[in-house]
Design a protein around this ligand. Structure first.
Ligand SMILES: Nc1ncnc2c1ncn2[C@@H]1O[C@H](COP(=O)(O)OP(=O)(O)OP(=O)(O)O)[C@@H](O)[C@H]1O
Ligand SMILES: [Mg+2]
Length: 260
């Protein structure tokens, strides 16, 4: 507390633009590979499984898919889960090399801005956008997985939703099916729309074989509140491309990519 008569400490600087005014959507520039940007309501919300299922299904249908995880953190956690790291699963699903899927990789499982800071290698947004565009050039469809949720910082004044806007890709939101998902999903859709982003679909997963009344109600409530199509992704038994393709085949990915 400031003692009486003493000068008050200066206020901390105002928050960064991460939660500030809407970011203008991507305009102009060269035509880019059509595709989808898979974001999530949170870390661990199912982005990689959804993205990998989309990639595997597209590939099984004969499409050339470029999967990209623009920034990967948590390399140090390799082997901690029966599921591989994001770039490895995406590479297996899309058919490619893991190091090409993730141009920027960091060891600690922390936010990208902090991982880059700890590595002494801050991320330059323009360079990152160019790297993603280059990685998807020549493919029929790009599937880009975000990091954490939309407001996660990649650099001090550049969040995941800014990257989605700069890439000019519509969003697919991966969300959990159970208690808490209405709030997290609606917040995500609101944050997306504030930035002018087009939310093409929401995917709830892993979706149980026999959904409870809560899960069925969550799906209907989110669809009604957002006006966005809410699809579901079944539980994929193992991280294998054939199983991912079978699960992803139920998602209308071609329609999501093509929608105006
Ligand atoms: N449809 C599903 N079928 C089976 N397991 C799933 C499914 N969705 C999520 N999981 C489980 O939840 C874990 C977290 O999902 P996932 O890795 O896709 O989340 P994420 O949003 O990509 O996380 P991160 O923020 O770390 O990138 C998976 O490793 C898997 O174990
Ligand atoms: Mg992931």
């Amino acid at each position: 507390m400031t003692p009486p008569g003493a000068a008050a400490a200066p206020h901390p600087p105002p928050p960064t633009s991460l939660v500030g005014p809407p970011v203008p959507p991507h305009t102009g520039g060269p035509p880019r590979t059509p595709g989808l940007f898979v974001t999530g309501t949170d870390t661990g919300a199912g982005k990689t499984v959804v993205a990998a299922a989309l990639c595997a299904a597209l590939r099984a249908a004969g499409r050339r898919v470029a999967a990209v995880k623009p920034v990967l953190t948590g390399l140090d956690d390799a082997g901690a889960s029966p599921w591989p790291l994001d770039h490895e699963l995406l590479a297996a699903a899309a058919g490619g090399r893991a190091d090409e899927v993730a141009p920027l990789r960091f060891g600690p499982a922390v936010s990208p801005h902090l991982a880059a800071e700890l590595a002494g290698a801050p991320i330059d947004p323009a360079t990152l956008v160019r790297a993603v565009a280059a990685a998807t050039a020549g493919a029929d469809v790009a599937v880009v997985e975000g990091v954490g949720g939309l407001l996660v910082p990649i650099a001090p004044d550049y969040a995941v939703r800014d990257l989605a806007a700069d890439l000019g890709l519509p969003l697919v939101v991966a969300s959990r099916p159970g208690l808490g998902t209405i709030n997290h999903t609606l917040l995500t859709v609101e944050a997306a729309r504030a930035a002018g982003l087009d939310v093409r679909a929401i995917v709830l997963g892993p979706w149980p074989e026999e959904p409870s009344v809560v899960e069925r109600s969550n799906r209907a409530t989110i669809e009604r509140a957002t006006g966005v199509e809410v699809a579901t992704l079944e539980r994929v038994a193992a991280p294998e491309p054939a199983l991912l393709a079978a699960a992803g085949a139920h998602l209308p990915v071609a329609r999501w990519v093509a929608a105006a």
